[in-house]
Ligand binder design. Structure first.
Ligand code: NAP
Ligand code: MG
Length: 503
């Protein structure tokens, strides 16, 4: 049956009639600008590599700029680590492993607690630097990224002296030097996810932050020094993909933990095949957020908005495919359309901003290209009218209706604020459509019926399934994928297991 374009318009009209108290259109609430002050933020003009407890100039003699994606202004220069630099970092980590791995768990735990507390102490500055370097709204950096980063260190500090209880009846040993490579969407938080379990278990680390967001890792290096973490236990090598590849291929590394795209994950898996190195991969996703007719619709709308517009949609577990039960499609879409028009897009440092800047020009181009492709393939584009800042990389919150499962926007990870809406008639059809991709990182289910939640979650091939909520994270809870979303878990005892040899 051909889609009825009037259906959506009628739905909007009906919800408007049902909710006369809501002023449809723009500007229900007017907000005065509320910019976060940046004058107390200390940034060095140039950051070296953090190797063996100090900042050193790169042997490569290369440096690169990191910019603020909201203004395109340069924030600082960062070292570009070459092969010899990665080698020096791995050597420092190997030397430190000899003593760090022998330290009593309770002593290691004290360092990890200290890092957690220092993150809390410097939370405001860390949040602002995260927002300046990566473009995410300050309210998210402040209320999500930084507190969760501290929580990961607190949680794992608690495990440091309890490893025998985590794996009862088995003997537990650290692995050695862990090479950890992280992406740009949650820079400090991803560093915390990786470092905290590795350190608690007695490993040493070489961490490679993403090229566009190295600054909170540099701030974290300062924190590690302040915590008096022994030199060489954590080394941080900034650079681009090539630096990551040097780390992957270094023979002195016992384990690689990678979070990033499925494409690079596959390259790494190939590079490690036949070696003794351990590997965990946290890769991409294209989550289905499934809304049944019996769901609380206004709550579901909040979950849909959080699912795809949180962090500009730069979220591996983003609810980027909305599957809505056909009987409520127009009602839900009308509510969603209204809600999206209330989102404030713009200056990430403004405390009222809901959708900040796209992380880089390259990512903006990718989002634009896939959006163009959505239109060309015949889906209907919906974007609120919102003025975007003249400078910087911005993209409005967007959704597509009349999406077919074969469309690229329904299959590929856009990693931006773009939602593909599809419908279903039966739970079987919802499961079929949700599982119909190579990804399997996360999913959402919205229904009033508990039994339906359990029936669905059992059948969804996704590492994390949220019910009547979305994007909830906790260090005690394992996170990770199925299929091409990777393997291995982060968080909880499962995450700890990836950093120990259990025999
Ligand atoms: P990416 O291009 O794969 O990069 C991830 C990291 O790997 C960056 O530090 C990158 O350096 C580095 N890298 C690039 N090429 C490499 C190579 N050949 N060898 C070793 N390292 C290499 O991914 P991204 O675009 O930064 O991040 C977005 C992706 O991460 C999305 O697909 C998202 O779903 C995924 N992600 C997954 C999770 C999860 O937990 N499953 C969490 C967050 C993000 P440069 O930055 O310098 O290129
Ligand atoms: Mg940057």
């Amino acid at each position: 049956m051909a889609p009825n374009p009037m259906k959506f318009v009628d739905g909007v009209a009906r919800v408007k009639a049902e909710r006369p108290a809501l002023e449809f259109g723009t500007g229900v609430f007017e907000y005065a600008p509320a910019p976060e002050a940046t004058d107390h933020v200390r940034l060095e003009p140039r950051y070296g590599l953090f190797v063996d407890g100090g900042f050193v100039a790169p042997k490569s003699e290369r440096w690169f700029d990191t910019v603020n994606p909201a203004t395109e202004e340069k924030l600082a220069e960062v070292a570009d680590a070459g092969e010899a630099d990665v080698d020096a970092a791995v050597k420092a980590a190997r030397a430190a492993f000899r003593t760090w791995s022998k330290l009593a768990g309770a002593e290691r735990g004290k360092y990890v607690y200290r890092i957690a507390r220092l993150i809390q102490e410097k939370a405001r500055e860390l949040a602002i630097v995260e927002t300046m370097d990566g473009g995410k709204p300050i309210k998210e950096a402040r209320d999500v990224d930084v507190p969760l980063a501290a929580a990961h260190f607190f949680y794992h500090a608690g495990w440091a002296d309890k490893l025998p209880w985590a794996f009862p009846g088995r003997s537990v040993a650290p692995l050695g030097v862990c090479g950890q490579i992280i992406p740009w969407n949650f820079p400090l938080l991803m560093a915390a996810w990786k470092l905290a379990p590795a350190l608690a278990a007695g490993n040493t680390v070489v961490l490679k932050p993403a090229e566009t967001t190295p600054l909170t890792a540099m701030k974290l290096a300062e924190i590690l020094r302040e915590a008096e973490l022994p030199p060489g236990v954590v080394n941080i090598v900034t650079g681009a993909g090539e630096t990551g590849a040097h780390l992957v291929n270094h023979p002195g590394v016992a384990k690689i933990a990678f979070t990033g795209s499925t494409e690079v994950g596959k390259l790494i898996q190939r590079a490690l095949a036949g070696t003794e190195k351990r590997l965990t991969l946290e890769l991409g996703g294209k989550a289905a957020n499934i809304v049944f007719a019996d769901a609380a619709l206004d709550q579901a709308v909040e979950g849909i908005v959080n699912g795809i517009y949180f962090n500009q949609g730069h979220v591996c577990c983003a609810g980027s495919r909305l599957l809505v039960e056909e009987s409520i499609e127009e009602d839900l879409l009308a509510r969603l359309d209204w809600r999206i028009r209330q989102l404030r897009v713009g200056d990430p440092l403004d405390k009222n901003t809901d959708v900040g800047a796209i992380n880089s020009r390259a990512q903006l181009e990718k989002i634009r290209e896939l959006t163009r492709c959505g239109v060309e393939e015949g889906a209907h584009l919906h974007q609120p009218e919102c003025a975007l800042p003249a400078r910087g990389f911005f993209f409005p919150p967007t959704y597509f209706t009349h999406v077919a499962q074969s469309h690229r926007i329904a299959r590929e990870e856009i990693f931006g604020p773009v939602l593909a809406v599809m419908s279903f008639r039966t739970p079987d059809e919802a499961v079929e459509k949700a599982n119909n991709l190579a990804y399997g990182l996360s999913a959402g289910v919205w229904t009033d019926k508990g039994a339906k939640i359990f029936a669905m979650t059992k059948r969804l091939r996704a590492g994390v399934v949220w019910a009547n909520t979305f994007n909830k994270f906790d260090p005690t809870s394992p996170f990770g994928g199925y299929k091409e979303s990777g393997f291995g878990r982060e968080g909880g005892v499962h995450g700890l297991e990836a950093y120990v040899e259990v025999s």
